[in-house]
Design a protein around this ligand. Sequence first.
Ligand code: DUC
Ligand code: ZN
Ligand code: ZN
Length: 483
Amino acid sequence: MDFDLVIRGGTIATAERSWRSEIGVRDGRIAELGSGLAGKRIVDAAGKLVLPGGIDSHCHIEQISSMGVMSADDFYSATVSAAHGGTTTVIPFCAQHRGDSLAGVLADYHERARAKAVIDYGFHMIIANPDEHTLAAGLPAAIGGGVRSFKIYMTYERMRLHDEQILEVMAVARERGALVMVHAENHGMISWLAGRMLKQGNTLPRYHAICHTRGSEAEAINRIVALAELMDCPILVVHVSTPAGIEAIRQARSRGLKVFGETCPQYLFLTAKDIDIGIHGAMFCCSPPPRDEAAQAACWAGLKDGALQVYSSDHAPYRMDASGKLPRGEKTTFKEMANGVPGLELRLPLLFTFGYQAGRLSLGEFVNLGSTAHAKIYGLYPRKGAIEIGSDADLAIWDSEKRVTIETTRDNTGYTPYKGRELTGWPVTVISRGDVIVENGRLDAERGRGKFLAREPCDALRPLGRDVPEMQQLKDWKTPLQP
Ligand code: DUC
Ligand code: ZN
Ligand code: ZN
């Protein structure tokens, strides 16, 4: 019987192994792995690598930021850009701002994505207002609707939660099966320093990097780990950038705690020197900021030794104009410019060249960090992140010899922080649920073809069942965890 699509001649590589096989696809799923398969459409992958499509579990799309600015990308431009870089699933954020009801926020983001996304997507929920209604009704309903991860902020005036509020969110997540993602930076340290810098007239982007001190990350990670241990709640620390921050996660994991860590291209490939070019350094301003070569090395080491499990873009797209980075033109201070860098499209190509090709990572590690680990942690495995019978046929065919000099990307920012870098290896064919959506740089995907992914409970979300002595007073949960 003919398959809808057959991929022939390539070497398949997953997080676990590599082997030669054809792939037969039927109804959007992988239906056969074998040889001599016949199909209505044949994709020739001779001499190429056939990998699971990438999963980017941290990106901001058509979202109002923590500073109140709308991102430059909508669900169409962002997912088109992601697809060109070999990513076939994204998990962006629905952002609650203070005063918003979660149900309204969720409905709104479903509406934004439904008609525009060209690849599949899940959602995380940003919680800025954990009031009684949010905790008792909003969060359980979101989880019931397949949104099994919440992001909380320990900094940003408009978003940050204090420790007690964080514990309230963790209590619901723990009980209902959700993961708490944390932006971990000490707010007081950053805002005290920023206030002094501005008073002295130090307003350029370079002071952004100085104010977000390295120590503020480690302090916040150590604190969030202590809160998570008290609550026995799995957490994932996003965009980790410093040696001390990574070490704090490594230590927590060595004590058996369910603490996951993420880093991003900007912490592997940029440093604070990139920001130190006057006002145009705004292009590279994100929080936490890129650091130095020692921090880059620590991020690579963390990815390699398992202190960090996932590599995401933290795509936060803003243009270098009044709509984003420079609301007051050249007079904009570092406190006024939108934070974030684009990365959906180049995330995987950069890691392929500087991780896999450079010998820092094996091919299996590359696949795991860019795809499979995201699926496992966020409840999408083995539907996504795998090449198995029954998995969605989300695949990226990589030409490991193709040379690319980075010029532009397809997002709406109008710039890339990685311009001029030389890459070896590119995802020349990208397949989403059996549809060839990108071939040799050409897109063939209708707006709105991407589907929402309701995520299932999975091992990463399960508490350890290990109560600290202080919590034993509440043991058996006879005292409800909710207020
Ligand atoms: N920092 C964040 O916390 N989110 C988006 C982008 C950024 O720089
Ligand atoms: Zn963040
Ligand atoms: Zn982010």
